[in-house]
Ligand binder design. Structure first.
Ligand SMILES: Cc1cc2nc3c(=O)[nH]c(=O)nc-3n(C[C@H](O)[C@H](O)[C@H](O)COP(=O)(O)O)c2cc1C
Length: 171
């Protein structure tokens, strides 16, 4: 897909179908995630790919239990999407490393779109940080998750602020 089209046509997808993602596709998406720039080239990211349906259900159920109806939509995505990528960080410099990991997540969702794979960037998972660490047995700091899968319900574009509102040109 043309680069600008990938950017324009990426969406946060919250409805997934049952089509499974091949390991090769998942690996390709992660290969592009790790091409992201990072402060001092520290590459402070660590990705844990959860495909196991029981584990995904456990994580989704815990989120719903803790957050109630407010967390229901995101919990459903975690249970329904074929893959949940948990994103961990090795922090040396709080801001620099967080920004770097954000760049890798953006690469991930864009490469997914390029491959016609739907995605949702999930920050809500931070509400169950400790529980997730215990379930997957990874002793690092969880910063986000990304759901991946295929969809029949591609959403329309969400509104954006005008460029003038969020930018300043100093000539
Ligand atoms: C850091 C971050 C965390 C997010 N966390 C969630 C989340 O937990 N649940 C959810 O449904 N969407 C989440 N989103 C998706 C946003 O709601 C979405 O990007 C925004 O509404 C714009 O829609 P679009 O991505 O389709 O353009 C998150 C996005 C980002 C960048």
């Amino acid at each position: 897909m043309e680069f600008s089209k990938v950017l324009e046509e990426r969406r946060s997808v919250r409805k997934y179908n049952d089509l499974s993602l091949s390991k090769e596709t998942i690996k390709t998406i992660l290969e592009y995630a790790i091409l992201a720039p990072s402060a001092h080239n520290r590459q402070p990211w660590y990705f844990v790919v959860v495909q196991n349906q029981d584990k995904k259900k456990e994580i989704g159920d815990i989120l719903e239990e803790k957050m109630g109806p407010q967390g229901k939509k995101t919990s459903d995505v975690i249970r329904d999407a074929q893959v949940l990528v948990l994103v961990f960080i090795d922090i040396e410099d709080e801001v620099m490393d967080l920004v770097s990991v954000g760049a890798s997540i953006e690469n991930m969702v864009l490469k997914a779109r390029d491959l016609d794979v739907a995605s949702l960037w999930i920050g809500y998972i931070l509400n169950i940080r400790e529980e997730v660490k215990r379930i997957v047995k990874v002793n690092k700091k969880l910063v986000s998750a990304v759901a991946l899968g295929y969809t029949n319900a591609f959403p329309s574009k969400r509104p954006r602020k005008e460029l003038e509102e969020v930018s300043l040109f100093i000539d």
